[in-house]
Design a protein around this ligand. Structure first.
Ligand SMILES: *Cc1c(COP(=O)(O)O)cnc(C)c1O
Length: 232
């Protein structure tokens, strides 16, 4: 269940979230080491990020570029791993490529080309995930499952990107069985691609409301905001 911890409670909230992950893994006979917790700090102040950092959290997800930059540039901790999980405008690719370690929301070739072009060469290649519009929603970001393989082929050739896996945000307000159906389609796509592209291992799926289903369906990265930092 979701709850709204206040700032002092971030360490406890993190522990409870990790406990939820552990229990979901146990229920599916998986190792918790195979599920990364990404703390989604969008719209929250840097002090929240630091509170989580002090409790050992290292991976943080941000959606809005300016909000993210304000934190990244003022953050005293340089070993944080920053993940961009928001919609990508093409005029922002230069900044995203320079400031982030991961991008979860790649869904078209033009953006991939620009991210690769703009990735500073002194940094490791940018880790990218392709976002899939798994519930076939109109006006939703993400590539259709039918077009996924073509995009994978293009992205995997770019020199300054490493295509590590897939990401989805299933339609909201669905039953657990519909959620699982979507997540299972993602896992099947990942498995199929992994045979030709061994780097494609990650499945970024699961948020505060559907973490358990996502882990049961073999998610490897869960993106949790509300349950750690409170309601937005
Ligand atoms: C906000 C957001 C999350 C976190 O959602 P919660 O329900 O607050 O856990 C995860 N992924 C993406 C892409 C988001 O935009």
């Amino acid at each position: 269940m979701s709850y709204n911890p206040i700032e002092e409670n971030i360490p406890q909230a993190l522990m409870r979230t990790q406990q939820r992950i552990n229990e979901a893994c146990q229920a599916s006979d998986r190792s918790p080491n195979d599920v990364m917790l990404l703390a989604v700090s969008k719209t929250k102040p840097l002090s929240h990020v630091i509170a989580a950092y002090d409790h050992g959290q290292r991976h943080f997800g941000e959606n809005y570029l300016q909000d993210a930059l304000d934190k990244i540039e003022h953050c005293p901790h340089h070993n944080i791993v920053w993940h961009f999980i928001g919609a990508i405008q093409s005029n922002k690719t230069k900044t995203i490529a320079a400031k982030f370690d991961w991008v979860h929301t790649l869904d078209r070739e033009k953006i991939a080309l620009r991210l690769s072009q703009h990735r500073p060469t002194h940094l490791a290649p940018l880790k990218v995930l392709i976002q899939v519009n798994i519930s076939n929603e109109d006006n939703k970001s993400g590539v259709a499952l039918e077009q996924l393989e073509a995009l994978v082929e293009q992205v995997s050739q770019l020199p300054n990107l490493v295509l590590c896996g897939l990401m989805c945000i299933p339609a909201a307000g669905q039953t657990e069985s519909i959620q699982r159906h979507a997540f299972n389609k993602m896992a099947a796509a990942r498995d199929r691609l992994n045979r030709s592209y061994p780097n494609i291992k990650q499945l970024s799926m699961g948020m505060s409301g559907d973490l358990n289903s996502a882990i049961a369906c073999r998610s490897t990265i869960v993106r949790i905001g509300t349950d750690i930092f409170g309601a937005r």
